[in-house]
Design a protein around this ligand. Structure first.
Ligand SMILES: O=C(CO)COP(=O)(O)O
Length: 266
């Protein structure tokens, strides 16, 4: 596994306001007290709804846990009713923004062109895009790898230099009972990592997997090929705080070097 391992959570719109606040109140002290989170071996981000962002920022203040948004406007400030700009998100301490989730592509007609425009707005305002890509149909691992590398290129077209978090989420695994097969995940993530490594504009980028991800998966993926996947993007299986903390423990066991110790990654 990598020097540091990323564990991201999207709450989608599963939680109402009160439940989100209760969840933040339960997990924030546990993450703050976790040595691998404190020293950067495990990098956690949490993406609640827009209306829950202020509470999340307050709950995680003073800890390395980053707070994100589930979408961002491709437009600047101005006459764009209903949008939330990258500049305002940055102003309220959001540092990562999810872009192009399969649900947004399917239900809100977001095209690759739109996601590239949103990623551009994010990078221009110092926000790290969590760029979600993934094949819609069941494909073999090598065909899926090819399709995802192509989708990544289109989604990054014109996006200014800067690291991105690529969230590989096969559409058919989102909301499913089980994640994609381990070898499939490893093959696609390895191809995405190679594509990012070949592009100096994306230095420092990471590749994480989402789609029914939960406890046990990171260790299994590491068993297939150590270091092919930089972490997980959790949905439903983070609702239980114990399950989230158990994924963080697994990530800690796989993170080989602390970024904050000599010889660690920056
Ligand atoms: O879409 C996802 C995370 O963004 C995955 O959701 P589930 O883990 O609930 O399938």
């Amino acid at each position: 596994m990598s020097a540091s391992v990323t564990v991201g959570v999207s709450l989608k719109t599963y939680f109402g306001h009160a439940r989100a606040r209760a969840w933040f109140a339960e997990i924030a002290p546990r993450l703050r007290a976790h040595p691998a989170v404190a020293d950067g071996r495990v990098r956690v981000f949490v993406i609640p709804t827009y209306l829950q962002i202020a509470d999340a920022v307050a709950a995680f203040a003073g800890s390395p846990v980053r707070v994100g948004a589930q979408d961002v406007s491709a437009y600047p400030a101005g006459a764009f009713t209903g949008e939330v700009t990258a500049s305002e998100l940055a102003e309220v301490s959001v540092t990562v923004v999810e872009i192009g989730h399969a649900e947004r592509r399917r239900l809100f007609d977001e095209t690759d062109h739109v996601t590239a425009a949103k990623a551009t707005a994010a990078v221009e305002h110092g926000l790290t895009p969590v760029l979600c890509i993934g094949e819609a149909e069941h494909l073999g691992a090598s065909a899926a790898a090819l399709a995802n590398v192509e989708q990544l290129a289109v989604n990054l077209e014109g996006v200014p230099t800067g690291p991105v978090i690529v969230a590989y989420e096969p559409v058919w695994a989102i909301g499913a009972a089980e994640p994609a097969p381990d070898a499939h995940i490893v093959a696609v993530c390895r191809a995405l990592r190679a594509a990012l490594d070949a592009d100096p504009a994306r230095a420092g980028s990471t590749v994480i997997y989402g789609g029914a991800a939960g406890p046990g998966l990171l260790a299994r993926l590491d068993g297939v090929e150590s270091g092919a996947v930089d972490g997980l993007f959790l949905g439903r299986f983070a609702h239980d705080p114990d399950a989230l903390l158990s994924v963080v423990d697994e990530a800690a066991a796989l993170a080989t070097v602390s970024p904050l110790t000599p010889g660690g990654a920056p």
